[in-house]
Ligand binder design. Structure first.
Ligand code: FAD
Length: 310
């Protein structure tokens, strides 16, 4: 059995594996796709000490770093069930969709998250060509340009306020008849001169112009009218879905499905730790996920030296 089995191979899982392996304990990583969301990222400009890199490049260096410690890597496999240890210090099981079960004295859950997509025509083709999901990552790419934010919840309105300071103009499209963001955010947005809000706006298409996003089409759900906004950027902010469906019932999840954890990465089950975008960690960023993975690994090591004989 493994001393530590990390489920997930994104920045959080990779950092956890490196920290665990450096303690000289038997470490494994099982991941559906090693690299995680990073692989879908074009340019990364906020990873401190690296001015510019690209997702696939960062993914490959993470993999090489993990491999250099002799971590056992099981790639292309999806975890389907967490089987609790029969007693504290006992072995946990992680059953894979393929049917095999991996055993470990401690587990780190780092299965990340995925952005909810609108599903409208053009979204897939224009992803990273104007269509984006991460204002912290891509806001500066649209300096001086007109952008839209789809979604009027807290993340959408926070994004709009953030972007208003960087871009020329921000249009918020909200499907509902009112914004759902906190009042204080709505007031702040209303005070910014270079923003506009369309309520009852159902986005119907992301329109291409010269190989990039050129605008959005939406239907006003009250008048039934079809309208256009000319934008070069569109930030989709309609939710981040944690990849935790497989943990329902096994571990405490927040109402949004995030794994509940404390500042040490401990979950509701002793011996099971968590890290990164799959958890209640408030900010979903590479550097945050890596910090969180390192914390989880150090906590798992702490648990092992207290509960098991090497
Ligand atoms: P993920 O990266 O989501 O990794 C999750 C891992 O778990 C993957 O290996 C996945 O295959 C695996 N997995 C999921 N379910 C299972 C399962 N059931 N069984 C086994 N394995 C499973 N952040 C920045 O800091 N800067 C940026 O510039 C930036 N740009 C971004 C651009 C895009 C397009 C996207 C989508 C995100 C961007 N982010 C950026 C956010 C950043 O990528 C995430 O915060 C970070 O990857 C989270 O790391 P993680 O390890 O928690 O999860």
């Amino acid at each position: 059995p493994f001393d530590v089995l990390v489920v997930g191979g994104g920045p959080a899982g990779a950092a956890a594996a490196i920290y665990a392996a450096r303690k000289g304990i038997r470490t494994g990583v099982v991941a559906e796709r090693f690299g995680g969301q990073v692989l879908d990222t074009m340019s990364i400009e906020n990873f401190p000490s690296v001015e510019y890199t690209e997702g696939p490049k960062l993914g490959a260096s993470l993999e090489a770093h993990v491999r250099s410690y002799g971590v056992e890597m099981i790639n292309g496999q999806r975890a389907a069930e967490l089987i609790p240890a029969p007693e504290t210090g006992g072995l946990f099981g992680v059953r894979l969709e393929s049917g095999a079960t991996l055993k470990a004295k401690s587990i780190i859950l780092a299965t990340g998250a995925r952005w909810r997509q609108t599903g409208v025509p053009g979204e897939e083709a224009l992803r990273n060509k104007g269509v984006t999901y991460c204002p912290h990552c891509d806001g500066p790419l649209f300096k001086g340009k007109r952008v839209a934010v789809i979604g009027g919840g807290n993340s959408g309105i926070e994004a709009a306020i953030d972007l208003a300071g960087v871009v020329d103009h921000v249009t918020v499209l909200e499907f509902d008849s009112k914004l759902r963001a906190d009042d204080v955010l709505q007031k702040k947005l209303a005070s910014l001169p270079n923003t506009a809000v369309h309520l009852n706006a159902q986005t119907t298409e992301m329109v291409e112009k010269n190989g990039k996003l050129g605008g959005l089409k939406f239907t006003d759900r009250v008048s039934g009218e079809s309208r256009n906004v000319d934008v070069e950027g569109c930030f989709v902010q309609i939710g981040l879905l944690p990849n935790t469906e497989w943990l329902t019932g096994a571990i405490t999840l927040s109402p949004r499905g995030e794994i509940e954890m404390d500042a040490r990465g401990a979950t509701s089950i002793p011996g099971v730790f968590a890290a990164g975008d799959a958890t209640t960690e408030p900010f979903k960023q590479i550097v945050v996920a890596m910090g969180s993975g390192s914390t989880a690994a150090l906590s798992a090591f702490d648990y092992l030296i207290r509960t098991s004989t090497p």
